[in-house]
Design a binder for this molecule. Structure first.
Ligand code: SAH
Ligand code: SF4
Length: 369
C-alpha cells in the first residue's frame, strides 16, 4: 500500500528541505529559491528550462527529483461549469482534480467564482456508504508532492488557455480539500502540501481561502486547530443524530457526536471563524424534518454555517436525492431559525463530478480493456 517513487517529487520539497539538500552538494544558499521560482512562478516544465542553473546542477536535479509526479491523462469539461482533470501518478494510480466555476448573478461566466477541489488519497478507508471514493477501499496515501502537483497541473492548464499571461493560482477564489480521500487520515502529507501551496516561495495561495473537509477524525481536528497555517474547516456531518449518522458513516462509531461536536467547537473558538457543516440530503435516510430540527440546533449551538448538498447518485448504489420541495422544506427549517445556510445546486453532474466517480469509471474501462 505504501508507494515509494524511484525519485521523490520536487513539488514535495519545502524551501528548508531543498536548501538542506543543495547545501550538502555545496551549492550556494540562493539556489533553492531560484529552483522553486522556476517551478512555481515561471512554470518550467523541464530541468533544461531552468536556464540560469549550471548544467551539472540540472543533471543532478534530474537524477535526484521527479519534476512533475502527475501526468494529465484526461481533461473533461462539462457543458456548464465544471472542469475535471484526471491525473496519472508514477504507479499508474489515478486521481482527480476538479475546477468548479460558479456564475455570479448578473455577470458572465468569466467573472464566476472559481474553486479547485483536490484529492489527498487514492480511494478512501472511511467506508461512508453513499460515497464512490470509498467503494474500493484505500489504495494508498498521496505524498505531499502529488497533492501540490494537482494545483500545478491546474496552473499549466490555465496557462495554456491564456498563453500570453501566466495565471496566478491566486486568481482562483478557493481551494477545497474535498476530492478523493480523507485528508486527516493522511495528515502529515496534507499539512506539508498545504504549507507549500501557501508559502510565498511556493504557490502563494492564502490559507484562509483553503477549506479542508473531514468525515470527523476528532484527535486530528484538535491537532489541526493548533496548526499555525490557519485553514478553514468543513465537517461532513450528514446525520444530526448518532442513530442516523452511524448508519451511513462508520467513523461515527469511533467518534460519535458527543466527541465530534466539542472538537468542532474547540476548532472554531481557536480560529474565531465559522466552521461549515456539510449535510448531503439523501432521500428517506437523513431528510426528515426531525433531522432538520436537530441540525438547526447543532448549527445554532456551534454558530456554524450549514451547506446542504442534494445527493449525487452513484452508479450501483441505491441512494437518491430528495425532491426539490423536500430539499426546500428542510432548508426552510434552518433559515427560519436564522442559521446561515446554503442549498447547493450541485455542479457538473453530467461529468460525474461527485467525488471519485470519473476515476472509478476509467479504472473499470481499463480493467475491461
Ligand atoms: N473525506 C472528506 C473529504 C472528501 S469528500 C470528507 O468526507 O469530508 C467531500 C464531500 O463530498 C463530503 O462532504 C462527502 O460526504 C461528499 N460526498 C461524497 N459522495 C457524495 C455524493 N455522491 N453526493 C454528494 N456529496 C458526496
Ligand atoms: Fe472517504 Fe469522505 Fe467518501 Fe467518506 S465521504 S468515504 S470520508 S471520501
Amino acid at each position: 500500500m505504501k508507494y515509494s517513487p524511484a525519485k521523490p517529487p520536487l513539488t514535495g520539497e519545502t524551501l528548508a528541505t531543498l536548501t538542506a539538500r543543495l547545501q550538502e552538494r555545496g551549492e550556494p544558499g540562493f539556489r533553492a529559491r531560484q529552483i522553486l521560482d522556476w517551478v512555481y512562478k515561471k512554470r518550467a516544465r523541464t530541468w533544461d528550462d531552468m536556464t540560469n542553473l549550471p548544467k551539472p546542477l540540472r543533471g543532478w536535479l534530474d537524477d535526484t527529483f521527479e519534476l512533475m509526479p502527475a501526468t494529465l491523462v484526461l481533461n473533461r469539461q462539462s457543458e456548464d461549469v465544471t472542469d475535471k482533470l484526471l491525473l496519472e501518478l508514477g504507479d499508474r494510480a489515478l486521481i482527480e482534480t476538479v475546477i468548479i466555476r460558479v456564475p455570479q448573478e448578473g455577470v458572465g461566466l468569466e467573472h464566476s467564482r472559481k474553486t479547485i477541489c483536490i484529492s489527498t488519497q487514492v480511494g478512501c478507508a472511511m467506508g461512508c456508504v453513499f460515497c464512490a471514493s470509498g467503494l474500493a477501499g484505500l489504495k494508498r496515501d498521496l505524498n505531499a508532492g502529488e497533492i501540490v502537483a494537482q494545483l500545478l497541473q491546474v496552473c499549466y492548464r490555465e496557462d495554456a488557455r491564456t498563453p500570453r499571461a501566466r495565471t496566478e493560482l491566486a486568481s482562483f477564489d478557493n481551494i477545497v480539500v474535498m476530492g478523493m480521500g480523507e485528508p486527516l487520515a493522511n495528515y502529515d502529507a496534507v499539512i506539508r502540501a498545504l504549507t507549500i501551496v501557501n508559502a510565498e516561495w511556493g504557490l502563494g495561495f492564502g490559507a484562509r481561502r483553503i477549506t479542508l473537509s473531514t468525515s470527523g477524525l476528532v484527535p486530528k481536528i484538535l491537532k489541526l486547530a493548533d496548526e499555525p497555517l490557519g485553514l478553514r474547516l468543513a465537517i461532513s456531518l450528514h446525520g444530526a443524530t448518532d442513530e442516523v449518522r452511524e448508519q451511513i458513516m462508520p467513523v461515527n462509531k469511533a467518534f460519535p457526536l458527543a466527541k465530534l461536536l466539542p472538537a468542532i467547537r474547540a476548532f472554531s473558538e481557536k480560529h474565531g471563524r465559522m466552521v461549515t457543516l456539510e449535510f448531503i440530503l439523501i432521500e428517506d435516510v437523513n431528510d426528515s424534518l426531525e433531522q432538520a430540527e436537530k441540525l438547526r440546533d447543532i448549527a445554532l449551538d456551534l454558530h456554524a454555517h450549514v451547506n446542504l448538498i442534494p445527493y449525487n447518485t452513484v452508479e450501483g448504489l441505491p441512494w437518491k436525492r430528495p425532491s426539490i420541495t423536500r430539499q426546500e422544506r428542510f432548508a426552510e427549517i434552518l433559515r427560519r431559525a436564522r442559521v446561515s445556510v446554503t442549498l447547493r445546486r450541485e455542479k457538473g453532474h453530467d461529468i460525474d463530478a461527485a467525488c471519485g466517480q470519473l476515476r472509478l469509471k476509467t479504472e473499470q474501462t481499463r480493467a475491461s480493456a
